[in-house]
Design a protein around this ligand. Structure first.
Ligand code: C2E
Ligand code: MG
Ligand code: MG
Length: 252
């Protein structure tokens, strides 16, 4: 059964992280990387998150998975001194002691919370507004940055956004896919205007074409992430990408 397998996977080192760059809007430089979990299952082969994250949430193993992601991301962040590393956090990890626990995990791994960005979906925070606000405030007090992931797909009220002390909005891929249509373009413009008015950074997710990049850069997104620039890749490949742009970094 997959649940028993997942228990064994956590202990047996079958989980690992890939990283996808978030580029500056001109596509010239890696600004940060997002950790995305993978599972090399001994019989089924490579499994993507949709095959096991939901199940891990239902059976409680998400706590161990979350701790693994934070630990490994903190270790890998030591390879990339100038970069922020984003880690996805599931709604079921967000109990009152989350920020303190995450801080301890990062510290034990030798990392620095100020270099870690926690990606939380807006619905995870919206389900209990006061609790969400409290958890975010505690995490930021511990030095973490906070991004609202899949932004636009949930039900954030504008007042709620104003009260949350977050750092970044990530525009969901479903809107980026429709920027060639008037309505899709209008939604992206509205999110960027809102985010910028609140002093937030904005990343567009799922950027696959040059036309989308041109549109999103002109619309005012700070960062772009998607297959146009890179798929999620092993840490060693990120090393190589950074080495290749080293002269540009030195000039910047
Ligand atoms: P997400 O955080 O929104 O991550 C972005 C997803 O979009 C990733 O899928 C990435 O591979 C995919 N993607 C990026 N650029 C493109 C593009 O240009 N085109 C297309 N079609 N897709 C693109 P992935 O790796 O399968 O992860 C899916 C979701 O699983 C993530 O969505 C996140 O919600 C969740 N997840 C991944 N790793 C973890 C983890 O360590 N912990 C938790 N709790 N959730 C995770
Ligand atoms: Mg994410
Ligand atoms: Mg997302």
């Amino acid at each position: 059964m997959l649940e028993t397998d997942l228990r064994a996977a956590i202990e047996g080192g079958q989980l690992f992280l890939h990283y996808q760059p978030q580029m500056t809007a001109d596509g010239a430089r890696v600004a940060s990387v997002e950790a995305l979990m993978r599972w090399m299952h001994p019989q089924l082969g490579l499994l993507m998150p949709h095959a096991f994250i939901g199940m891990a949430e239902r059976c409680g193993l998400i706590i161990q998975l979350g701790a693994y992601a934070l630990t490994q991301a903190a270790r890998d962040s030591l390879r990339w001194p100038g970069l922020t590393v984003s880690v996805n956090v599931s709604p079921s990890q967000l109990h009152a002691g989350f920020a303190d626990e995450a801080f301890e995990i990062i510290r034990r791994a030798g990392g620095d919370p100020r270099r870690i960005e926690l990606e939380i979906t807006e619905n995870a925070l919206m389900s209990d507004l006061d609790r969400g606000r409290d958890i975010v405030a505690r995490a930021r007090a511990r030095g973490f940055r906070i991004a609202l992931d899949d932004f636009g797909t949930g039900f954030s009220s504008l007042a709620y956004l104003r009260d949350l002390t977050i750092d970044k909005l990530k525009i969901d891929r479903s809107f980026v896919r429709e920027t060639h249509l008037a309505q899709g373009a209008a939604i992206v413009h509205a999110i960027v205007a809102l985010g910028r008015a609140l002093g937030l950074k904005i990343t567009a997710e799922g950027v696959e074409t040059r036309d989308q990049q041109i549109f999103l850069k002109a619309a005012g997104c700070h960062f772009l992430q998607g297959f146009l620039f890179s798929r999620p890749v092993a840490a060693e490949t990120i090393d190589a990408m950074l080495a290749a742009e080293a002269p540009a970094r030195a000039r910047a």
